[in-house]
Design a binder for this molecule. Structure first.
Ligand SMILES: NC(=O)c1ccc[n+]([C@@H]2O[C@H](COP(=O)([O-])OP(=O)(O)OC[C@H]3O[C@@H](n4cnc5c(N)ncnc54)[C@H](O)[C@@H]3O)[C@@H](O)[C@H]2O)c1
Length: 390
């Protein structure tokens, strides 16, 4: 069975879906790897390293798609909304495609994949179970985003992060406030602390308090309680506008007192709630920095401009979309481990096991035999449930 790794085609994308280190394990599972020439170079993995680990390099993308039974990508059609469609004609019936598909983005792109007859698996739909933890690409990317957000903030802020006592006086530590203490938010706390800042965080999920504190952060408690803050998969649940309004009122003081605010409050498939308003930004000290990790989904800050950096009221607001992509070496290495764990789960003794009684396979499989088959995705887009085959 051949796994093909095409070069990523999204403009400026530097990551690659498999790195040389995972190839020996895939070989043990009966999987050969072919890689498009130069696919790993921008992430720091030259072709020679893949060849040393036993992969084959192919010069033409069309030939790679032809040779491989399984195609693994970072941003596949759907998540790559700029150039991803160019791969559709290269796909063939029965082929497996694995990658970020943005399954709750557009039903059209999923139907286009279905029409090609491919079995497309979305890494975004990985269940949040202990068994699937090693395959959880969202957590891998969130970890990198949280880290990079802090590094970027430290670079942008006209202050230092740590407290310093010098002959020329004492420097107070930077105050970093994180809204949304999921995987990205927690990594941001850890990184801000490592750089010597005073870190605090808020999340509407009560379970987040202990996690924030265990990383040495202060948990900001607000006197409001979210209804069903968490869904069965551990994701935050959307709240009503009255709740968000109250949050904004209560968050104002902490935001105004912070040098850096990192917002990471996202709700899967929904527009992100606005938690930092224009008025709140106006009250921040000149030179403060906001990193909006929810920018791709509309942003948590009212003044965020999608995929741009703007300065408003002397506050720098960074709404860059692909922060994980700016650390391509480790983003690729973590993703490759997630993908490789998934492939070893899917392929047993050289055969693909399309066993939909298995939760991991059922929940991530989006298209098969010409249909969008995923129950959650169908429900999200209001498609009628598929008849169960007996
Ligand atoms: N395999 C596993 O068991 C597994 C894997 C990944 C994450 N998790 C857990 O799932 C939880 C969510 O993590 P995530 O990174 O997916 O989160 P996420 O990226 O979906 O969301 C970010 C955070 O924002 C919070 N949020 C959303 N709206 C908010 C609002 N209005 N106000 C304040 N906070 C708001 C959410 O509660 C969440 O913690 C964490 O506890 C994480 O540890 C478990």
């Amino acid at each position: 069975m051949i796994v093909g790794v095409p070069k990523e085609m999204y403009p400026k994308e530097r990551r690659v879906a498999l790195v040389p280190a995972v190839i020996p394990n895939l070989k043990k599972a009966g999987l050969e790897v072919v890689i498009e020439q130069g696919a790993g170079l921008a992430a720091g993995y030259p072709d020679t390293e893949y060849v040393d680990k036993g992969a084959r390099v192919i010069g033409s993308r069309a030939e790679l798609f032809q040779a491989a039974e399984i195609i693994v990508q970072f941003l596949a059609h759907g998540a790559n909304d700029k150039t991803g469609a160019a791969d559709l004609p290269l796909m063939r019936k029965g082929q497996i495609v694995l990658g970020f598909l943005r399954p709750l983005g557009s039903v059209k792109t999923l139907q286009e994949l279905a029409e090609r007859g491919v079995a497309a698996f979305s890494v975004e739909l990985m269940p949040r179970t202990t068994r699937a933890q090693s395959m959880d690409a969202l957590s891998s990317m969130a970890t990198i985003c949280g880290y990079k957000a802090v590094v970027l903030a430290a670079d942008t802020l006209p202050r230092m992060f740590p407290m310093l006592t010098t002959a020329a006086g004492t420097i107070a530590p930077a105050r970093v406030f994180i809204i949304g203490a999921g995987v990205a938010g927690l990594q941001a706390i850890a990184t801000a602390r490592r750089l010597g800042a005073v870190a605090s965080a808020y999340d509407m999920r009560p379970a987040a308090k202990e996690q924030v504190q265990s990383l040495g952060g202060r948990f900001v408690e607000l006197p409001i309680e979210a209804k069903d803050a968490q869904d069965a998969r551990g994701y935050g649940k959307a709240q009503d506008e009255t709740f968000y309004q109250r949050q904004r009122e209560l968050l104002g003081k902490t935001v105004a007192e912070s040098d850096v605010v990192i917002t990471a409050a996202v709700i899967p498939g929904k527009k992100s709630p606005v938690l930092v308003t224009k008025e709140m930004v106006e009250k921040m000290a000149p030179g403060s920095v906001i990193i909006d990790l929810a920018a791709e989904r509309g942003g948590n800050c009212e003044l965020t401009k999608p995929d741009e950096t703007v300065v408003e009221h002397n506050v720098t607001i960074i709404g860059e979309f692909n922060l994980a992509g700016t650390v391509p070496y480790h983003a690729s290495s973590l993703y490759a481990r997630n993908v490789s764990a998934f492939l070893q789960h899917l392929v047993k003794e050289g055969q693909v096991r399309m066993d939909t009684s298995d939760e991991i396979i059922r929940e991530t499989l989006v298209t098969q035999n010409g249909e969008v088959v995923n129950a959650r995705v169908r429900e999200f887009f209001g498609l009628p449930a598929l008849a169960v085959k007996v």
